[in-house]
Design a protein around this ligand. Structure first.
Ligand code: GLU
Length: 416
């Protein structure tokens, strides 16, 4: 049988496995297996060269039982309805796993922002919000950055929304720049949260992080910050990093700051001095202590899972591992920190940004990270505990916790 690679089908398979494990019946599965609302939009705009382009966009609002729905917006050529739905499901389990009072959503536009000018990006951002303004809002659904979107794009979106409603409404969006109501620490938050989990995992298996080897796939916001934090704060040896153009390797260590600067100038890490070029596939199979997929989905599959040679697999990306690969990782004794736990630092600090926005009082970065550490450590501990209790892997452990919280809220509301 072919392996399931469709992201939404994967999310449904995970949900169904978790429902079976925790003894929820089919009615509960049906109540949770589709988004509450899925909006598809069309954006037509004039490009700088005068050409008219039409883009397809989406917003999937998966579950609102625990609070306003929350999740990023991805701009990527391979964006799809299925992917956005899957990501919105994972957002629902993510906010529940770290126990913040929010639901789950996700958005996307099929486009290649790397090939667009600033003016084009701004027009696209504003148009997306105009099409969706009736469906989002601080108490409805709150977007944020994701793959290839950033604080500047959030600022344009915030401004467009505020123009439409004719009042300030900074908590309509998070990941904003600091002067517009952003939170200290938000841009590092995803990596920071993942690194707190790695610290806990290393403690559990008796791995000394000082000198531990790490390979990082993906050198965007999450991946590059993870590399810097692992090296700077814990003394890890970063032996390989990569981006969409390929990877680089040096067994004696790569300077993650130099790699980031090099990428800033040349748009890729490939070619950094004193490194050898490797492929993304090779990077995943390197022998190392910590492997961090921080790029896109479906990277660890039936095909390569038995070649994965790390002690801790810290999933900063959403959906990097297929369900079949999960079973094998578990059999092979690899400690997986599952995506919606490992990368929940981003949405947790988004939540702190909303809180600060509501009372218009802003915390220091130290305060943000202390609060984040408490949330992540508690979520990590309860995931591991739950997995042990059910004799399953950590992804299922995380699912069981999240499901219980979402189902509880739905029951209290009388939805179930
Ligand atoms: N896009 C990030 C995620 O996948 C952050 C979402 C948010 O802050 O709402 O978790």
């Amino acid at each position: 049988m072919n392996e399931i690679l469709d992201p939404f089908k994967i999310s449904q398979k995970q949900l169904s496995d978790a429902c079976k494990l925790a003894n929820y019946d089919n009615d509960i599965y049906n109540a949770l297996s589709e988004p509450e609302r899925f909006v598809e939009i069309k954006i037509t705009m004039k490009m700088d060269d005068g050409k008219i382009n039409t883009f397809k966009g989406f917003r999937s609002q998966y579950n609102s039982a625990r609070g306003p729905m929350k999740g990023g917006i991805r701009w990527h050529p391979d964006e799809s309805a299925s992917l956005v739905k899957a990501l919105s499901a994972w957002m629902t389990w993510k906010t529940a796993c770290v126990d913040i009072p929010l639901g789950g959503a996700k958005g996307g536009i099929i486009c290649d922002p790397r090939a667009m000018s600033n003016r084009e990006l701004e027009t696209l951002a504003r148009s997306y919000i105009r099409q969706l303004a009736d469906f989002i809002g601080p108490n409805i659904d709150v977007p944020a950055p994701d793959v290839y979107t950033n604080p500047q794009i959030m600022a344009w979106m915030q401004d467009e929304y505020e123009k439409i409603v004719r009042r300030h409404a900074p908590s309509v969006i998070t990941g904003k720049p600091l002067p517009l109501g952003g939170s200290a620490g938000r841009s590092i938050a995803t990596a920071k949260g993942g690194v707190y989990c790695i610290r806990e995992a290393a403690r559990d298996i008796g791995l000394d992080l000082n000198g531990a080897t790490a390979a990082i796939q993906g050198y965007g916001n999450a991946g590059s910050w993870a590399a810097k934090l692992l090296k700077d704060e814990y003394g890890c040896n970063i032996i390989a990093v990569s981006d969409s153009k390929g990877g680089i390797y040096n067994k004696n260590g790569i300077d993650p700051f130099a790699a980031a600067e090099f990428k800033e100038k040349t748009r890729t890490v490939v070619g950094l001095k004193e490194t050898n070029q490797i492929s993304n596939e090779e990077l995943l199979e390197l022998e190392c202590d910590i492997l961090v997929p921080a790029a896109l989905e479906n990277q660890i599959t039936r095909e390569n899972v038995n070649n994965i040679n790390c002690k801790i697999l810290a999933e900063l990306a959403n959906g990097p591992t297929t369900p079949e690969a999960d079973e094998n990782l578990f059999k092979n004794g690899i400690l997986v920190i599952p995506d919606f736990l490992c990368n929940a630092g981003g949405v947790t600090v988004s939540y702190f940004e909303m809180v600060q926005g509501y009372y218009r009082y802003f915390w220091t970065e130290k305060e943000v990270f202390e609060a984040l550490d408490r949330v992540m450590t508690r979520a990590y501990r309860s995931t591991v505990e739950q997995a042990k209790k059910y004799k399953t892997h950590n992804r299922m452990g995380a699912y069981i916790i999240s499901l219980e919280r979402v189902i509880d809220a739905m029951r209290l509301r009388g939805w179930l």
